[in-house]
Design a protein around this ligand. Structure first.
Ligand code: EPS
Length: 375
């Protein structure tokens, strides 16, 4: 299964084509819209989200709510395009207006203009923008539907915002209502602290990042492979998480903490009982040797603060090469909740890919039958 996305942040919309889905998979527009709305929420989001109310348009590959086995085409329109058509239209556009030359440190602006020989950072930032993730959430939600058919659930929460960190380990069930929290944090007290921290960050015209945790429950063992590096499940998941705008680090299970501890404190001892082989701990985060081991998959991703600061960092003007303050129009203070939804979505997509790689089949029924036969 393969995903291609297209679309600029202030263009007509975002588009996704998914190739390789089996036929007869239910696709629910309401479910996709629910995740799109979740991606837009969270304390710390900026004015753009008041303009956009993302909904999906399923353009191809689905008939009467079921996939046909043909490529699925999804679209999320940009409502803001009405304000940008004159500058962003593919046909006639005033490209001299809305130029961005005060390059933002931390964004793709500088490296992008040099690489693509541009004189306007707008031609870079329009695609580098995290707006693109809207359609990755849409595609990920289709993949979530496939996993659900196999009894696999994907959830998550925000573990840290602006330096306020929740160190507790939660069970999958405890995370059930966490999306009702303004920062997707299970602890109301820590959420309140984090919100106050974000208020201070906003006051100082600054931005903040955080850490999200994604959990996968119910995936059988053996997805991914130890045989070739290209097939490793953790490599694919880490790559997908790193591909989310602003992610600077990924952990699986104990992650970086494992490097500080002894082997006896890290490896999950193996037991055998009524339910077959099992472990009493899950420090590996459900992946050993590049394969799912049947325990819960635990992944964390660290998001850096958004590079558009309302107070503008020191930079250089692309035209004059003179010192300048970085460009600002409007910005999110923190988009860590959005990141959590996106992280779940890309994880869903990779897992569905791995399922189809192993069980590859024309129809959902074949996939389910083959999955049921696995130990
Ligand atoms: C973004 C800048 C902001 C964010 C945007 C990502 O948009 P704008 O420049 O239009 O104010 O709101 O994120 C989204 C639009 C979104 O839907 O997530 C950037 O430069 O990366």
């Amino acid at each position: 299964m393969k995903l291609t996305t297209a679309g600029e942040s202030h263009g007509k919309g975002l588009f996704a084509i998914i190739e390789g889905l089996p036929a007869n998979l239910p696709v629910h527009k309401e479910e996709i819209d629910r995740y799109l709305a979740l991606r837009q929420g969270g304390y710390g989001r900026g004015a753009r989200q008041k303009i956009e109310q993302d909904t999906v348009n399923i353009l191809a590959g689905v008939r009467g709510g079921l996939t046909l086995g043909s490529p699925v085409c999804l679209c999320v329109e940009n409502r803001d395009y009405v304000h940008w058509e004159a500058y962003m239209s593919p046909e006639q556009a005033d490209v001299s207006a809305k130029r961005v030359t005060c390059l933002r440190p931390g964004h793709a602006d500088l490296t992008g203009v040099l690489k693509f020989r541009q004189t306007d950072a707008r031609n870079i930032l329009e695609r580098a923008s995290a707006r693109e993730t809207a359609v990755r959430v849409a595609a990920g939600t289709v993949a979530r539907g496939l996993l659900r058919e196999l009894g696999v659930e994907v959830g998550g929460y925000v573990r840290s915002v602006a330096g306020v960190t929740d160190g507790r380990e939660y069970t999958f069930e405890e995370l059930g209502g966490v999306k009702d929290s303004p920062l997707f944090m299970p602890s109301a007290a820590l959420c309140k602290q984090a919100m106050a921290r974000l208020d201070a960050v906003k006051e100082e015209k600054d931005t903040a990042g955080g850490v999200v945790e994604v959990r996968v429950k119910g995936l059988k063992s053996g997805f991914g492979s130890c045989m070739t590096y290209g097939e490793k499940l953790d490599a694919a998941l880490a790559g997908a998480l790193m591909s989310i705008q602003a992610i600077k680090g990924v952990e699986v299970g104990m992650g970086f903490a494992a490097a500080q501890a002894r082997g006896s404190e890290v490896h999950d001892e193996i037991f055998y009982g009524e339910r077959g082989f099992y472990r009493k701990t899950n420090r590996a985060g459900g992946i050993e040797g590049g394969m799912s081991n049947g325990e819960e998959i635990v992944l964390r991703a660290a998001m850096k603060p958004i590079p558009t600061l309302m107070r503008g960092l020191n930079t250089v003007d692309l035209d004059t090469r003179a010192p300048a303050r970085a460009a600002t129009e409007r910005s999110d203070v923190c988009a860590v909740c959005a990141c959590e939804v996106i992280a779940e979505s890309v994880v869903c997509f990779v897992l569905a890919q791995k399922v189809l790689e192993r069980l590859g089949a024309d129809t959902l029924q074949d996939v389910c039958e083959r999955y049921a036969k696995l130990p």
